[in-house]
Design a binder for this molecule. Structure first.
Ligand code: BGC
Length: 474
């Protein structure tokens, strides 16, 4: 049954509140580039310490994402979101009032841990409360919130540039969304799936009736019960032969989202703009705000169209666009285009790259990893995929400047372009279309050991699949 107007409104509100975790993710990862400039005015910090301050959030996030599977099962999705909002508040207070640089490090580690758990729990929670017709757009609200958080951090970096002790304010503003998240989560329902898993069927039924605004939810409860009949797998069992392919797909998507270079632009755009000849720091930072704006706009497009156009067409088109923009950047730096020309090519290519990332890999990674894992292993397997994303984020962000120095900008961007070509080939062969199918159907297809590319098929039509050219090549 299609969700009615009232139920849609409620679901959108629930998802938007949960997505504030994404806003904190974007804000706290984006704010450091600006804050760092002022921290070094107040404290003596070595280059290594600066790198540590930047990467402490990514470190924390890696561990947070690893712990998430167990924690969401143990505490429930909603209670865990409440816990992470407390972690965000604590980490932000520690970092903003830091008397020594080590306290900043410690506070940022805390925040990172919360980001890691939030980057896992928010999309999972949203996917579990959404009706399947709206799932793509709703889960992508989380990515939209990430991009809004990044934009806010760029704007705040720009606004606080000339204020004493600005870094404390830059960090401190993160308290606002953290407090909003904690208040909002108090009023949200627990995930019906988690309730069924805890055998709280009456509560799950009531929650679902409220979410769907209808009394008739027995079919959905039954579907969840069926998918839960299977015993919960242990960590080792996520490596079972029938699950291994989807686990590999999730980890690869995390890898691809990062090695195609997104955070070289998000974290280092001002550096790239200065390399391309922007005259001063403030014009580079302003151009970076532009990046934040197009990132949000293209993500809004993804939220509206993912459930209509499907995941695969957007993903593949986006990767082609990202590759072309990186090739453009590489070529421009290689040919040494004259200064004003290079500036415009850099702006054009980075903006186009961000647009293509935002409507493809940006939104689709978080969506697909919340969809593809069977319930039995969803918690742990999704943790592995999210961990892979943070691990590669850390690897790329901490090597970008070294690569720039060692290879120069042209070869560095060429390298990311090559990664886009590889990623296109992988996604073309392996990524399934999951538009409009229930999570239970996807799980059923995985159990039937369908090739990865086909696990999003609504009906299992083996003949049609085995005769297709992709299957022959699989
Ligand atoms: C990625 C982040 C990135 C952001 C940019 C997210 O999906 O995981 O690493 O900074 O998109 O919008």
């Amino acid at each position: 049954m299609r969700p009615n107007h009232q139920s849609r409104l409620y679901i959108y509100t629930v998802s938007a509140i949960a997505a504030v975790a994404g806003l904190l993710f974007g804000f706290d990862t984006g704010i450091i580039s600006g804050a760092l400039l002022f921290i070094e005015k107040d404290f003596v910090v070595s280059t290594e310490m600066k790198e540590l301050i930047v990467s402490s959030v990514l470190f924390g996030a890696m561990f947070g994402s690893l712990a998430s599977g167990r924690l969401t099962d143990q505490f429930g999705r909603r209670r865990l979101m409440l816990i992470i909002s407390a972690l965000f508040i604590a980490g932000t207070l520690i970092a903003s009032f830091a008397a020594q640089v080590y306290s900043i490090l410690f506070g940022r580690l805390f925040i990172g841990f919360a980001i890691g758990i939030g980057s896992y729990t928010a999309p999972l929670y949203i996917a579990e409360v959404s009706p399947h017709e709206l799932r793509g757009g709703l889960v992508s609200l989380n990515q939209l919130a990430i991009t809004i958080g990044i934009l806010c951090s760029f704007l705040i970096n720009y606004a606080f540039t000339n204020i004493d002790g600005s870094w404390r304010w830059m960090f401190g503003i993160g308290l606002v969304p953290a407090v909003l998240l904690s208040i909002g989560m108090v009023f949200l329902p627990e995930s019906p799936r988690w309730l069924v898993k805890q055998n709280m069927i009456d509560k799950a039924t009531m929650t679902l009736q409220h979410l769907r605004n209808t009394k008739d939810v027995s079919h959905e409860i039954h579907e969840i019960q069926n998918s839960l009949k299977v015993r919960q797998a242990s960590f080792r069992e996520i490596f079972a032969p029938w699950i291994l392919p989807v686990l590999f797909l999730g980890a690869m998507l995390g890898f691809i989202q990062q090695v195609t270079g997104i955070n070289t632009i998000i974290y280092y755009a001002p550096t790239i703009f200065q390399l391309a000849g922007f005259p001063d720091a403030s014009s580079s930072i302003l151009a970076t705000v532009g990046i934040g704006v197009v990132n949000v706009l293209a993500t809004i497009f993804a939220v509206c169209y993912l459930d209509k156009l499907g995941r695969r067409p957007l993903l593949l088109t986006g990767l082609v666009g990202m590759c072309l923009s990186l090739l453009g950047l590489s070529l421009a730096f290689q040919t040494g285009a004259d200064a004003s020309m290079l500036r415009w090519i850099a702006i054009g290519c980075t903006f186009f790259y961000i647009i293509c990332f935002a409507f493809s890999l940006g939104a689709i990674l978080w969506l697909v990893v919340s969809e593809i894992f069977p319930l039995e292993v969803r918690a742990t397997a999704m943790g592995v995929a999210v961990f892979s994303c943070w691990l590669w984020n850390f690897a790329v962000s901490s090597t970008f400047l070294t690569l720039l120095n060692a290879l120069g900008p042209s070869a560095t961007f060429l390298l990311y372009a090559v990664m886009c070509i590889f990623s296109f080939a992988f996604c073309y062969c392996k990524v399934p279309e999951t538009k409009g199918v229930t999570l239970e159907q996807i799980e059923d297809n995985i159990r039937k050991r369908m090739p990865l590319r086909y696990i999003g098929q609504p009906v299992f039509d083996k003949t049609a699949i085995t005769e297709s050219p992709e299957y022959q090549a699989d």
